[in-house]
Ligand binder design. Structure first.
Ligand code: FES
Length: 177
């Protein structure tokens, strides 16, 4: 895949003479492209005289970085203790099966990326999933179908699926009970 790296080049120039700037540089490149491509890694290595293996080491150490393109929506399924007890694993398995991806992957249409997370900090409404910035508590398998529909329909028509109104959605992170 050909990627326009002109913005990456600008970011590299910005951090070129700064010490300890690799992580902020990688963050900026990820902000621009949504992930850090192998082409960008090659460019950083060449321009800043860093071994690519060192850059990969940083990228794989920190979970904030992605090496592949991300979906338009990121679904995070909590696998903390409370959510696990309340069926979080079943939710994760169902989503992986339904979307046809493994955890950490993105659907072919680039609409969804699926992630597993530890406690999201709202155990009182377990099991919890998060789609982009929104929390959904006491999720059931049926709710997941409605949610996938909602985030797919939102993209195509802007309409909402009424089923999701039954979910315990919070714009901001709710407090744990
Ligand atoms: S264990 Fe899932 S929100 Fe705490």
């Amino acid at each position: 895949m050909n990627i326009d790296l002109s913005e990456a080049a600008k970011a590299i120039d910005k951090y070129r003479d700064k010490k300890g700037a690799l992580i902020p540089l990688l963050q900026e490149i990820q902000d621009i492209y949504g992930y850090v491509s192998s082409q960008a890694i090659g460019m950083i290595a060449h321009e800043l005289n860093i071994y690519p293996v060192h850059i990969y080491g940083v990228l794989t150490f920190y979970t904030q970085f992605y090496l592949t393109p991300r979906g338009k929506h990121t679904i995070k399924v909590c696998q903390g203790t409370a959510c696990h007890v309340m069926g979080g694993k079943e939710l994760l398995d169902y989503l992986a099966d339904k979307l046809g991806v493994e955890v950490g992957e993105t659907t072919e249409d680039r609409n969804f990326s699926l992630e597993r997370v530890a406690c999201l900090g709202c155990c009182g409404i377990a099991p919890v999933i998060m789609v982009d910035e929104d929390f959904y508590g006491r999720c059931t398998i049926k709710d997941l179908d409605a949610l996938l529909d909602k985030y797919t329909e939102d993209d195509s028509s802007g309409s909402l699926n009424g089923n999701v109104h039954n979910l315990h959605k919070k714009r901001n992170k709710p407090k744990s009970n």
